[in-house]
Design a protein around this ligand. Structure first.
Ligand code: MN
Length: 333
């Protein structure tokens, strides 16, 4: 009997240690090509150092800076959108992580791919030609004093704009003068090109522009156009509880779900009573919200009945699928 509190304490302690061990929220995605994929554009040594040292450093410092804070549960987009209220360390490292993850995807190691007709038309409309876009971005790259990034963004008015930012800032942050969704991001820090190009940033920029992955960029353009700038607060609130219950279950932790199943069901009902933004397809959305309500009600009932974890997992997974169906409908034009 005497040992009982000690056991409890050690269980708590190991639970705490365990949670420290799984807290690395952000991760580098593996490079989609080898370090020497671009022998004529970026040398393998630069690529390897850039990925394994510079970019790896940003993500590990970011994870350390947000460990044991509510930021661990936030999306990168949410963190960037509120960066003005966070530390310089988080600003530099969250930006560094987001920007590099984008940059790797900008480069195309295979055969040249053409861009979508929609994007091409929009580029011609705004910049006259692809060459026009290239020279505008090249100028932004040359004019960016010191380290930074050059961007092609979709503005909240759905217009293509060329911008640049210093350090690891980016257009998703609430501190930059021109905000928007980046569809091209090019690293113009010296660490991205110095070994091969020395001080010739313009030559590096020119070479990188010629290996851009236009398929990726076109798909980002489509998503950026589809992103609704009109706020749907109830969906945000549902999303918050969804993320805080579903993701722990994926890691085998059912406690948040068991605690918050009722709240999830309540948020689903609030969604039904909320104003669906006028730009959305209300008929389809209402049908999906109805499914979401049935699913979350069932989930709440089964949690109360102390159903087995496997059953709860399947129910929350279905709920998550319906949620993504709703998010998908919101992106439809
Ligand atoms: Mn870099």
């Amino acid at each position: 009997m005497i040992s009982r509190p000690i056991i409890t304490k050690s269980v708590l302690l190991s639970a705490a240690l365990f949670s420290i061990g799984v807290q690395a929220q952000f991760k580098q995605t593996p490079l989609p090509y080898s370090y020497n994929a671009f022998p004529n554009v970026i040398d393998a040594e630069t690529m390897e150092t850039h990925y394994t040292k510079h970019a790896a450093g940003y993500v590990s410092k970011l994870n350390a800076a947000i460990a044991n804070t509510p930021l661990e549960k936030q999306s990168m987009e949410a963190i960037l959108a509120n960066i003005s209220s966070l530390s310089t360390e988080i600003r530099n490292n969250a930006g560094g992580h987001y920007n590099h993850e984008l940059y790797w995807k900008m480069l195309n190691a295979g055969n040249p791919i053409s861009m979508s007709e929609n994007l091409k038309n929009e580029i011609i409309k705004e910049f006259g030609s692809i060459e026009g876009l290239k020279s505008k971005m090249a100028k932004a790259s040359a004019d960016q004093f010191g380290s930074g990034w050059v961007w092609l963004i979709v503005s909240p008015e759905k217009k293509l704009l060329v911008t640049s930012t210093p350090n690891q800032d980016n257009p998703l942050m609430d501190v930059v003068p021109v905000r928007g969704i980046p569809i091209i991001g090019i690293d113009v820090w010296e660490h991205a090109y110095y070994l091969k190009y020395k001080n010739k940033r313009a030559d590096y920029f020119d070479a990188v522009f010629n290996i851009l992955n236009w398929q990726e960029i076109s798909s980002r353009f489509k998503d950026a156009l589809g992103t609704n700038s009109e706020e749907w607060e109830s969906l945000e609130k549902f999303h918050e509880v969804m993320a805080a219950t579903f993701h722990p279950v994926e890691k085998g932790n059912y406690s948040p779900l068991k605690l918050r199943a009722g709240e999830l069901a309540k948020r689903a009902k609030e969604l039904q009573n909320s104003d669906i933004p006028s730009s959305q397809n209300k008929t389809k959305l209402k049908a999906s919200i109805q499914k979401l309500i049935m699913q979350t009600d069932l989930l709440e009932k089964r949690v109360k009945a102390k159903a087995k974890d496997a059953e709860l997992k399947s129910l929350i997974t279905n709920t998550h699928n319906i949620f993504h169906e709703i998010m998908g409908l919101c992106k439809e034009k």
